[in-house]
Design a binder for this molecule. Structure first.
Ligand SMILES: [Zn+2]
Length: 378
């Protein structure tokens, strides 16, 4: 068994399901087991370990490899420690299993695989003769990517400056410089209840909502297709849930839908909500809007011509930058002024699945690319 495979097995065996996806007190919840483990390995390897508290019982772990000389630039490697759950949550998720070169287990791909590759790369560079003389390398294992990104938000707000943040996500060991943002919003219609036998005395909130759903899924969706980003394509809209009315013999007074809108670089939350509002208003529809997100999840767009990004792409043997549709911690760190990209082993197609796995070859490949990149730094 290779060292990197052993490391990933150890990580999978430590459950770190995001507490948001489990009932209170569930023994599989929380990132603390993974955090303690990484802090232990990092300090034994001689790295400077910092625990960054995010919320009660949840902390980011920073392991810093300082250069021999003065710090002139800083690279952050930022995978996340939390995973999704799965229902019902079988204990099997946390027993790593190897089959045909694939390691199975919860988090194998999203993103304990990235932790294994990034951490191994930092440890390898730490013990190498040739290592950057002016670049500080910060390995930052983060909490809560899968829910509210409080880990990356805390790291960003700590004031840490980075010349490049490489966020661990399963990109098949390719550099991703752009992703869409995500906006979750509820729309509410308010009508007037009446007896089902006298519908003319009421106002049907479900009917108004039906028109709204139709307008969003047809006219608005069409309108979005007209604006295309060169890497990301068009923004999208999805009406994900609907709830309204109580029973057949009552005219429904209320209806509510929740909507997922994927945004493109340059799109801001208030403008997007206003765009939807205006389109509906033209049709005489005036729902109430409620933003479901306490903090925005903005799109990512990093210029691939930036020297450090180009250098990482060169190490990955990659000519063109890539984009993905899913949101990540990179969008958050970019908001805090860090040039950010996504990079990590494995395929997003296996993330969040019931039989999540990663190809062990991918782990080695991602690590090698990172080692080449880190050693090429001044
Ligand atoms: Zn995920």
């Amino acid at each position: 068994m290779t060292k990197i495979e052993k490391l990933l097995r150890d990580l999978i065996a430590l459950p770190s399901v995001n507490p948001a996806f489990l009932p209170p007190g569930d023994p599989h919840a929380g990132e603390h087991r993974v955090a303690d483990f990484l802090a232990g390995v990092a300090s034994r390897a001689g790295l400077d370990v910092q625990i960054q508290r995010v919320s009660s019982g949840r902390s980011n772990v920073l392991a810093v490899l300082s250069p021999r000389g003065k710090v002139r630039q800083r690279i952050v490697l930022a995978p996340h420690m939390d995973t999704v759950g799965g229902s019902p949550l079988p204990g099997e998720f946390f027993k790593p299993k190897m089959r045909n070169g694939r390691l199975y287990g919860r988090g194998a791909c999203d993103t304990k695989g990235s932790i294994a590759s990034m951490f191994s790369a930092v440890l390898e560079v730490a013990s190498a003769k040739q290592r950057p003389s002016e670049t500080e390398i910060v390995f930052a294992a983060l909490v809560d990517e899968e829910c509210a990104q409080t880990g990356s938000r805390t790291l960003g707000a700590s004031g840490l400056k980075a010349d490049l943040a490489i966020v661990g996500e399963p990109t098949l060991s390719q550099v991703v410089t752009a992703h869409k943002g995500v906006l979750w919003v509820q729309l509410l219609t308010h009508g007037k209840a009446a007896h089902g036998s006298r519908p003319e005395l009421g106002r049907n909130a479900v009917h108004e909502m039906a028109l709204i759903v139709d307008a969003l899924e047809t006219d608005y969706a069409q309108k979005l297709k007209k604006t295309r980003h060169p890497i990301l394509g068009a923004g999208t809209i999805n009406v994900g849930s609907i709830e309204g009315g109580k029973q057949p013999n009552i005219v429904p007074a209320d209806c509510i839908i929740s909507v997922d809108r994927r945004t493109l670089p340059g799109e801001k939350v208030p403008a997007v909500i206003e765009e939807m509002r205006a389109l509906l208003r033209k049709k005489g529809l005036k729902p109430e809007f409620r933003n479901m997100q306490p903090l925005p999840c903005l799109p990512l767009f990093t210029d691939a011509r930036q020297p450090l990004v180009a250098q990482l792409m060169k190490a990955a043997n990659q000519k063109k930058p890539l984009g993905v549709n899913y949101f990540s911690d990179a969008g958050v760190l970019a908001e805090y002024g860090m040039a950010s990209v996504l990079f990590g082993p494995g395929d997003i197609a296996q993330a969040h699945t019931q039989d999540e796995w990663i190809a062990v070859k991918q782990l080695e490949q991602a690590k090698e690319t990172l080692v080449i990149f880190l050693k090429s730094l001044a």
